[in-house]
Design a protein around this ligand. Sequence first.
Ligand SMILES: Cc1cc2nc3c(=O)[nH]c(=O)nc-3n(C[C@H](O)[C@H](O)[C@H](O)COP(=O)(O)OP(=O)(O)OC[C@H]3O[C@@H](n4cnc5c(N)ncnc54)[C@H](O)[C@@H]3O)c2cc1C
Length: 395
Amino acid sequence: MPDTGRSIAVVGAGVAGLATALACARAGHRVQVFEQARAFAPIGAGIQLGPNATRVLHGLGLESALRAVAAFPLELQVRSGTDARLLGVLPLGERTLARYGAPYATLARADLHQVLLTALQTHANASLHLDTRVDTVHQDGSAVQFSAPDGLVRRVELMVGADGVWSRLRSLVAPDTPPTATGHIAYRAMLPQAELPAHLRSGVITAWLGPRFHAVTYPVRSGAWLNAVVVVHGHGDMAPDSWSQAASADAVIAGMPGLSPVLQEQLLAMGSWQSWTLFDRPPLHQAATMGSGRVALVGDAAHPMRPYLAQGAGMALEDSCCLARELARPAASVTSAVQAYAHARWRRNARVQARAVRNGLWFHSTGLQAGVRDLGMRLLGTRAIDLPWLYGFQA
Ligand SMILES: Cc1cc2nc3c(=O)[nH]c(=O)nc-3n(C[C@H](O)[C@H](O)[C@H](O)COP(=O)(O)OP(=O)(O)OC[C@H]3O[C@@H](n4cnc5c(N)ncnc54)[C@H](O)[C@@H]3O)c2cc1C
């Protein structure tokens, strides 16, 4: 790709920041990424990527890197969290490939992050600055100006805010209130399948639905590890912007009324758990919240979402390629590209945010409502779980 000479600063080197930086570097822009962390610790548990998201990774030239670290489960099972009954099955594997042209993958967040990081660090148009927190940012008609702790003042044509749910750059685009606690806590655990008794190992995704809780288990690291996430109602006592706090299996189980012995055995076998208090924002209601002037927001900075549709990383990946595409349009100015990007993305992100909230209510149903949910799943079959509007989307 020829050098466009356009300078872009990306703030935050999570999935959204790295993917956006890579997409822009591949398009010939000069990209600098600023990340406040000194180093990347392999924290975080598993992430699911629907075909809408793996398609983006394929487009970034990362198909074989993804294949080397991800698992590709053959089906998604939905089970009752109280008696382990099978409520529904969505075949994945070849069916997903045939239907959507890309696979459904499950992988450790750290592995996805490393795939993107390796690609970015070997790209001539990109540079990464760790231990660099970007705080003060101003934009005028011709540039965005900001200073980092090294004291240097930099001017770039476009700034991308990929600084996560607690985004500071968001205030440049959409002055509003901080994220709010959802009233849900996620517990996460990951361990080598070889450390589990044979009957607890799994190569499929299983979603367990219970009253005011749900759990999801799936393979990661090419199937060699198993990831488990449990979401229960509660507020937790951890710092809001922290990802990890040790938790006991007993604390996890205490929030799961009527838990099936089958699921309980699985969860007790998972070893050490981490808790994570879930915060979000209401669904986007206008394009302006995703970008303004020379600042564009991507990923959780723009639209933090509950993990009940497993699309946080997916929407970040879709954002990244959409922004790069709008910048690549012939004769597009930076400001017109930001505007076009915001218009192209906000409804999609809002729909996914809203559906994730709805899924949470549906997953955690109690009493009669849970009975209706289970009956509906039996009657609708795969149609209750397969979502063509979501997975078939070409970002
Ligand atoms: C450590 C961690 C673990 C996670 N684990 C999971 C998980 O197990 N399962 C799951 O589904 N999702 C997890 N997530 C969330 C998931 O990765 C995101 O929802 C999705 O990938 C979109 O991420 P993002 O890049 O928008 O934001 P994030 O992943 O939050 O990345 C934002 C980045 O910006 C950096 N940053 C923030 N402010 C500044 C600043 N002022 N200057 C410079 N840098 C800044 C942060 O250090 C961070 O690296 C995790 C996120 C993190 C950061």
